[in-house]
Design a protein around this ligand. Sequence first.
Ligand code: BES
Ligand code: MN
Ligand code: ZN
Length: 504
Amino acid sequence: MKKRLALDIKQELSKNILKIKTDVLVLGVHEGKVLNTSAKEIDNATNGIIKKLAKRGEFEAKIGQTAYVATNDGTSSDRIFLVGFGKASKSLNNENLDKLSLAITGCLTSKKSSSGVVNIPSIRYDSKDLSDSSFLQKLGTSIEEKVYTYDAKLNKKNKKTNSLKKVSFTIDSGESLVKLRKGLRTGQAIGQGMNVAKDLANLPGNICTPSYLASTSKSAANKYSNLSCRIYGEKEMKKMGMDCLLSVGNGSAQESKLISMNYQGGKKGAKPYAIVGKGITFDTGGISLKPPATMDEMKFDMCGAASVIGTMQVIAELKLPINLIGVVASAENMPGSKATKPGDVVKTMSGQTVEILNTDAEGRLVLADALTYVERFKPVSVVDIATLTGAVIMALGYSTSGLMSNNEKLAKELLDAGDKASDRAWQLPIWDSYQKDLDSNFADIANIGGRAGTITAACFLSRFAENYPWAHLDVAGTASYKGAAKGGSGRPVPLLSQYLIDKA
Ligand code: BES
Ligand code: MN
Ligand code: ZN
């Protein structure tokens, strides 16, 4: 996993802030007349700029407000930004911290600075889940993630360079340096994992094929002694009875792959957690062909897989004391003379037969067999991640993932992890009343049915996840950005990582 930044921390506000040599000094300032020592020193050296800006109403130090200080002659840093932390007496919530971490990250990266120092004043928190170390976790993630660029396929002269290389934090905190550093390090690892997922998402379908995902997973596993990776090709899958998964790649020249990663950080024999990703490296819809307008975005149909590959590395990097299985079900969904046709019936590894009414509802077909496959590990819980339905965007938009589960405790844990990591999900029901929408006259179950597209897709998956606590994340709206910022988002790596961190 590529670390883009050197991050460091000190557990006190800088002494001699005027002497700090850095490209950019980001100074956290509380709202109100009383400045803390560092702010006072800067104010004195700059002819009272902080007080002046406040008086002119240009910078009142409201939460997340920023100001660029051009007059920095009395200091050794090349430039100074002020970031408002609100009233010192106010307790900050999770949203406040997100705002602050975004503001600080913006200051560090908005000019061509290569080194930065961030001065964080003492903060009160409004919940026991929040602390200086959790704030540093957010900062670690947002900075690492912000310096990400994708230019793998650009000509040299078009390559974007990122100047920021090094940031050190000073924080007025009662927590131990060990804890603070751990928070920062955890956050950075999550950011790196998101960047792994973004890279895989952004690569085009002609490069990022099922075989590419397989070899990438293999080489990632080679970097960690307790992470291994096994690849099953079409022949091996056929032997295991995975006709349902295989039916999706029938029209493609690319070989379908099942990737099975195994991280052994916990006790030998301790039951593992499992994450399972949809890895459709391109989804044309197959014979139920999609319209052309935004079909290019279907290269993002492997984002569930990318989040699994990213999260495995976050957990390995953090050396979490758990066991974790990561499975990727990968195929390319193409039309062709050998492609699956509407009405075709296939047998799943579980023994249930499926009538494929729409070949564009392919994600559930590859996941069905992958969900049966993970049973062999006797997992504590299984979370599958998939860009499964357009309907989840109608329901929740682009900011919130859909969550469905057969286990309320697991659902709650995942929702909480998403809240904490600012990678939120919202639960939809999968009550029995929806299951009959999948009735078929010609097989045990149909692959589409009813009007509640996101829910019936999850109902389909639930038929293959009966033997363990299971949850499904529909990330069709959240795993990639549209429009000018088109590209992978790295989600839901933060949610998954946080869930596993909290479990460990
Ligand atoms: N990969 C798509 C879902 C999708 C749509 C992801 C838009 C991201 C953006 C999935 O395979 C699909 O085609 N789903 C169909 C299901 C339908 C045929 C029941 C859909 O959502 O239209
Ligand atoms: Mn599809
Ligand atoms: Zn798809």
